[in-house]
Write a protein that binds this ligand. Sequence first.
Ligand code: F6P
Length: 531
Amino acid sequence: MAKHKKDSGKKISDYFDEDPNRVNELALSWESFYVDYSKNLLDKETIDLLISMAHEAGLEKAIKSYFEGENINETENRAVLHTALRQLNPASIEIHGDDILPKIELVKKQMFDFADQVISGDWKGYTGKAIRHIVNIGIGGSDLGPAMVTEALAFYGNHLDVTFVSNVEGDHVEEVIKKIDPETTLFIIVSKSFTTQETLSNANTLRKWFLNQAPESAISNHFIAVSTHLKMVTQFGISEENIFPMNDWVGGRFSLWSTVGLSICLAIGPKHFEDLLSGAGKMDQHFRTADFHENIPVILALITVWYNNFWEVETEAIIPYSQYLRSLPAYLQQAIMESNGKGVDRNGEVVKYQTGNIIWGASGTNAQHAFFQLMHQGTKMIPADFIGFAKPLHQGNDHQDKLMSNFFAQTQALMQGKNAEAVRKELSNQGISAEKIEALVPFKVFEGNRPTNTIFIEQLTPNNLGALIAMYEHRIFVQGVIWNIFSYDQWGVELGKQLANNILKDFEEEALGHHDPSTRKLIQHYKKFRN
Ligand code: F6P
């Protein structure tokens, strides 16, 4: 883009000097969200050009196809309709001639009724005691979303204690076992495919542990499953009335809105779960209807494209200034990187440009004491989303102003930096000798000009969290359209699974000649310890 070349020497502060109205032009207010994207290396003209690019890529039509249930997940021949689960004014949506709305409502009712029974204590364990612990057994989208939201909305939680077990590592499941009581624990096996090694191994181990203490008949009081593969679940020994179905038009990493969110619904109750859905539904509406210039997911997606494809920046940090949202970066790593980590375009051609970027982050202010040094003075440009909430959930302490001052100061510092002159002045005011000052100056200079978005929200409520997550989901979608890649498959996770299955068999074999020398040696080394 000629614009990139023309402006490449410009600083963010230059843009502010040029346009006194910049802060109003490059900010969006929507519901209780205020999104300030003025601290970026771009101006209104850049945004206009990026929006033209989005139009050229056919974004309007793509949005329509997405919400209307076309099979946009082409390589798996599926629609992508997690948005149908959170419509504000539910309208029928047909997939292959079937209206999916009645089924959505029915399953939601099944889920809410069940949650009410467990929360109220009406659902009993096999010895007649109420449930106190929930163990969600799942991985990837069947774990990260429910775990992140349950943690994020802990303030709205009830007496139920929800634990997540995901890793195939036996030590993970054994640590969970230490904390639970078979009489009062409900296990929810969450697996869209019901073939995932980690989930089935953990489910089997937990069922075995449970049956060491309880009779077979107790399974129906304590084991629930969420899956699209009902037959495989019944074969596992879970009766039909304990199965919560999901559909193939809900992708794993976008599934927390479905029955996959059962553990969230148990943790916070149906009312708050409904609020979470409606917040996402509102963001869906905004995304579908707002002009691209006013459209938060579109603007944020285009800013990512700007840095990724024009500035050749590889990573993006997500910094929520809320300890409740400490797992948001990990959740978004799957959502974003599993979606847009693709090197082949929609025609099957190897792309000649950069696609999905690397996502990482941690909660502020903790992150300030960890990796912010590199963000401020390192050699890499790292665009970052700063997410903060104006009102705390707990009142009556004096922390909020301190938190917010850090929240604002960091994006200011990243943008403004500190020049040599300011450093000299500061050191001289401290009475330091001129010689010492000159020796220190290079280390104390901050070059600044590091871009950030500020996503500032009134309060962390289920509604606002729903909207925030949906905002990222749509941002992923827009980027996939611009990059002309398929965002809703994940073939890249298959090869490792296949090879792991081969290697698992080879632990019993003598002949390892078919493996590469490095892997062969590693397997041999492992076998020495194993035997
Ligand atoms: O990691 C690959 C993946 O297929 C994810 O997309 C998915 O969220 C996860 O595995 C779990 O899959 P399932 O719900 O089928 O067990």
